[in-house]
Design a binder for this molecule. Structure first.
Ligand code: PLP
Length: 471
């Protein structure tokens, strides 16, 4: 028995608490294996728990764990196979186990942590290799938002050397992106002092990709007006429809104009391992973002930012402080990232690639792409559903219920609410060109064809109820 005079003692041995928690995890995994027919409402116990104030005294750890499991079970869990809203994730079991191990050791990757630091770099290289990006430097982040901010900070320093210290003064920096870029890019330019008014949203082609010809014109016009183009952000999978910008054509424009190209592949880039032709030109980008917590199935938070240049992140983030030992300065991640205290996020990615091998990931992604195709074809061939003109490029398939005689937007708005209230599938609506669409996204390895087919069955059934006035 270890010294039981120490503070923070549980009422049961920690090994028992761990075994109890492991049973709760097993139950959760079993419940994620198949869809559940409905989302349970918050029960009385959970209502009491969530109203409680700060507990002064301990409760038995098993009781606390059971209560936590109850709260989790009555929350919206993205790993369930019929969670199709936004861009979900799967909570890949080996990733969850990796998190438990990483958090147990609670290594801080702000400074050199010996093996863990090297494994982080190795895992960054593996993800680069998986998607086909020639990594020279990179780091794990909390996700696409921080990855995009980090890459744009590097681009700003390259375009305006010394601006991290001197500020932007009289400079007039500009960033370019698709009209459907993720909001994290807008946020990044706001935080970097560039300003969202100086983010040029380039119009889209019929496949909803930014138009390289208009991009080139916009950069030339800005240069002529004395502005400083800092970066172009191409989207490798927009959040709204999964459109992949023509990276090669955008890279041509960037090469010609001498502007940094960042590819936001937070959602879509893993698909480059399966359909490299769609991402042609990726290797020419200066930097890119990938979220392993989206389409590499890992639990949050697990993003990666990479550059094909060495030392670009140091240029923006390195610093000398008395409280950082400098003997192994080049290994301090705090010198290449925004965060200081950093958990060992890379471990779950490293572990998952080892335990599954890259080919299982490719197979799972290919299956999600097939699911998107299946839904598109089913909806297209049904008289009461509408799909977009072009088939999905990735795994997002906007569709709407449009039986004869309904006001389609209003009907689909009500239908989206009805679907959420019904609980058999979890689906969100989205506005595309001002119209209301239902927007499922397939990024879950647990989803089956039966689950995909349930989307149209449920939408049709609830839609019919709405039009007959029975809802
Ligand atoms: C294309 C894209 N970029 C960036 C982000 C932001 O990523 P995170 O939520 O991990 O910060 C998202 C999130 O959905 C995204 O789809």
């Amino acid at each position: 028995m270890i010294d039981d005079e120490r503070p923070l003692r549980l009422d049961a041995p920690r090994e028992e608490a761990l075994a109890h928690a492991a049973r709760l995890v097993e139950e959760a995994w079993r419940s994620f294996d198949r869809f559940r027919p409905e989302e349970p409402p918050l029960d009385q116990r959970v209502l009491e728990l969530i109203r409680a104030g700060l507990p002064e005294d301990a409760v038995p750890v098993h009781e606390a764990l059971d209560d936590a499991a109850r709260i989790l079970d009555e929350s919206i869990a993205q790993p369930r196979p019929r969670y199709f809203a936004f861009i979900g994730s799967s909570g890949l079991p080996i990733g969850a186990i990796g998190d438990l191990l990483a958090h147990t050791y609670d290594i801080n990757l702000a400074v050199d942590a010996r093996a863990a630091t090297v494994v982080e770099q190795q895992a960054v290289r593996w993800i680069g290799e998986f998607v086909g990006f020639p990594v020279a430097s990179g780091a794990f982040t909390s996700g696409g938002t921080i990855s995009n901010l980090t890459a744009l900070a590097a681009a700003r320093e390259r375009a305006l050397p010394g601006s991290r210290h001197a500020g932007l003064g009289g400079e007039r920096p500009v960033v370019y992106c698709s009209e459907e870029v993720h909001y994290s890019v807008t946020r990044a330019v706001e935080l970097l002092g560039i300003g969202s008014d100086r983010l040029r949203a380039i119009p889209l082609d019929p496949l909803r990709r930014l138009r390289p010809d208009l991009l080139a014109e916009s950069i030339a016009a800005d240069r002529a007006a004395g502005e400083t183009p800092v970066a172009v952000v191409a989207s490798a999978g927009t959040t709204l429809t999964g459109a992949v910008d023509d990276l090669d054509a955008v890279a041509d424009v960037c090469d010609e104009a001498g502007v940094w190209l960042h590819v936001d592949g937070a959602y879509g880039l893993p698909a480059a391992a399966v359909r490299p032709e769609l991402f042609e030109g990726l290797a020419r980008a200066d930097s890119c973002s990938v979220d392993a917590h989206k389409w590499l199935y890992l639990p949050k938070a697990c993003g990666v930012v990479m550059s094909r240049h060495r030392e670009v992140f140091e240029e923006s983030f390195s610093h000398e402080q008395g409280y950082l030992p400098h003997q192994q300065h080049e290994l301090h991640a705090a010198d290449i990232t925004l965060e200081y205290s950093r958990p060992f996020r890379a471990l779950k990615a490293w572990l998952a690639f080892r335990a599954h091998g890259a080919h299982q990931f490719r197979d799972a992604i290919a299956r999600n792409l097939e699911e998107a195709d299946l839904l598109y074809r089913r909806a297209q061939s049904s008289e009461d559903f509408e799909v977009m003109d072009a088939p999905p490029q990735l795994s997002i398939v906007p569709f709407r219920h449009a039986p004869v005689g309904v006001a389609v937007d209003a009907h689909n708005e009500r239908l989206a609410d009805a679907i959420l209230a019904d609980g058999r599938i979890y689906l969100a609506s989205a506005l595309i060109d001002g119209e209301v669409w239902l927007r499922p996204c397939f990024v879950n390895f647990r989803t089956t064809d039966e689950d995909v087919e349930a989307i149209l069955d449920v939408a049709r059934e609830l839609g019919a109820r709405l039009t007959s006035g029975a809802a």
